[in-house]
Design a protein around this ligand. Structure first.
Ligand SMILES: [Zn+2]
Length: 82
């Protein structure tokens, strides 16, 4: 059992430590960016409509590689095909 009395009082200096806010989980379903969207490669910012939290995410240029059956080199990008 770990309690605050488990450590000697002078082992950790907490004088520079202060709590700036409580953790309040956001339960809005729109808190995280929508998935299953087709997005062009790039960097995107999503803002939660409820709490205003911002999240930056990246859609990579290379999404996957596939092997072809006719001996061609694997295609490295969706955007080189066709
Ligand atoms: Zn939120």
């Amino acid at each position: 059992m770990l309690t605050k009395n488990s450590y000697p009082a002078n082992s950790i200096d907490c004088s520079n430590l202060r709590k700036i806010r409580d953790i309040k989980p956001c339960l809005d379903q729109s808190h995280k960016p929508p998935t299953h969207l087709y997005l062009e490669p790039g960097e995107y910012e999503w803002t939660c409509p409820s709490c205003g939290a911002k999240q930056i995410f990246t859609v990579p240029l290379i999404t996957f590689s596939t092997f072809t059956y006719n001996g061609d080199a694997p295609k490295q990008s969706l955007f080189e095909q066709g």
